[in-house]
Design a protein around this ligand. Structure first.
Ligand SMILES: *Cc1c(COP(=O)(O)O)cnc(C)c1O
Length: 410
């Protein structure tokens, strides 16, 4: 497998992007799906924004360094990666907050309907925000409906107002068919919100072409914007007149610096801003996004699929496939850029693997999750990671007591 990996690395047209990232020595990072590593450009920008812009230029930086434009500028940098024409994406807040805004606005656009459907296996925050909204508006205005991922389309009917789906399941990696589901939902008059947390920067997304209504996503996973980096929100052009989000703050006002007493939303996607943007985080994000201007997302997808297949093949060769059964869809085209494996001691295995220099993560109750971020991972590193996994499992090293101590963040 070593030789196969070497050959795949030689043919890798994305290999040169690796030097644009600061990666710690001796670490194989298979967790870019949780927190992307630090881009060199982002590190430089962090220093610049703090020492020069904040430190020296102070408040003049809002104009001088165009801090005020950062939410839109970052949004426009993300737009091509998710198949959105200009004027539809803006950066702000977190996915959770943006979901609240989008769902609130979408429900208002569906008089006579109250059901908001999502999958029972969705990321918890997606379900929680619907619950919160339901509590606030009352069940007669917003009722949470949970369905199995397998039966989404079968459960769609004309009583549903909004369908909220995560395109790539955070646990299993299963990739939903955005085109087909959106079409089926639209035929029943349902508005569709897509959560792109594990899609943006991992695979080509076609929001405009597939006629998505709304979308949200984060930038600290595959987009490498840094811990807690601002999220994004997409509102399709055709809805921008009618859509109204409820967190009507001054930054989303048509004219924030007239300081008028009545709220009038900004035209277009900008009304989704609420308060002052996190300038430091957004400056770092903007630099991190600059990496993508030379990236062909189709190549990213190809390499990511090849890596997933290669990883599975390595496990077979090392006879780990029965010890760690893969619970992700078996076809690469039905998965995002991650794989999940089931093991009773998944948490301890993950901890022991980290100690051996391979960072992956654990998802309750019993999943070991491995992410492949093609811009900085090599096939040889993947093979090495698998060999280390084999070693710690063979020696049963993960059974040592210290690997079982569950930390706060998993
Ligand atoms: C990571 C993730 C989130 C995170 O939400 P935040 O509010 O940005 O913390 C939301 N949804 C999904 C599907 C995720 O994977």
């Amino acid at each position: 497998m070593q030789a196969v990996a070497k050959k795949l690395d030689e043919q890798d047209c994305l290999a040169s992007f690796r030097e644009q990232f600061c990666l710690p020595e001796g670490v194989i990072y298979l967790d870019g799906n949780s927190l992307g590593p630090l881009p060199v450009a982002a590190k430089q920008r962090a220093v610049e924004v703090v020492t020069q812009q904040w430190g020296q230029d102070l408040i003049t930086s809002w104009n001088k360094h165009a801090w005020i434009d950062l939410p839109q500028q970052c949004g426009e940098q993300i737009a091509p990666l998710i198949g959105a024409a200009p004027g539809q994406v803006i950066c702000c807040d977190s996915i959770s907050v943006n979901l609240f805004k989008v769902l609130s606005g979408a429900i208002r656009m569906q008089p006579g309907r109250r059901k908001v459907m999502t999958t029972s296996d969705n990321f918890p925050t997606d379900i929680y925000t619907i619950e919160g909204l339901s509590e606030q508006l009352g069940e007669d205005r917003c009722e949470l409906v949970l369905v199995d991922e397998e039966s989404i389309e079968a459960m769609l009917d004309e009583s549903i107002a909004v369908l909220l789906l995560t395109q790539v399941n955070f646990r299993s990696g299963r990739l939903l068919d955005m085109k087909e589901i959106t079409r089926t939902a639209h035929a029943k008059g349902i508005l569709v919100v897509w959560d792109l947390a594990h899609s943006a920067g991992a695979l080509p997304v076609h929001l405009d072409a597939h006629e998505a209504d709304f979308a949200v996503g984060c930038t600290y996973k595959y987009l490498n914007g840094g811990p807690g980096a601002p999220a994004f929100i997409y509102v399709a052009k055709r809805h921008q007149q009618q859509f109204k989000q409820p967190v009507s703050g001054w930054m989303g006002h048509a004219s924030p610096f007239t300081f008028g007493s009545a709220y009038a939303p900004a035209a277009g996607v900008k009304q989704n801003l609420s308060g002052t943007p996190a300038v430091i985080a957004m400056s770092v994000l903007e630099a991190a996004l600059s990496v993508w201007k030379d990236v062909d997302i189709l190549q990213v997808r190809q390499k990511s699929m090849a890596m997933g297949e290669f990883f599975l093949e390595c496990l077979r060769v090392l006879e780990l496939d029965s010890v760690l059964p893969c619970v992700s869809p078996s076809a690469a085209k039905e998965r995002g850029s991650q794989l999940a494996f089931r093991h009773e001691h998944a948490y301890a295995i993950c901890q022991a693997w980290i100690e051996a220099g391979v960072v992956a993560d654990f998802r309750a109750p019993d999943r070991l999750r491995v992410g492949f971020a093609p811009l900085y991972i090599s096939f040889q590193a993947v093979w090495e990671a698998c060999e280390k996994l084999k070693c710690l499992i063979e020696e049963q090293r993960y059974l040592e007591a210290r690997f079982r101590l569950q930390q706060t963040v998993t």
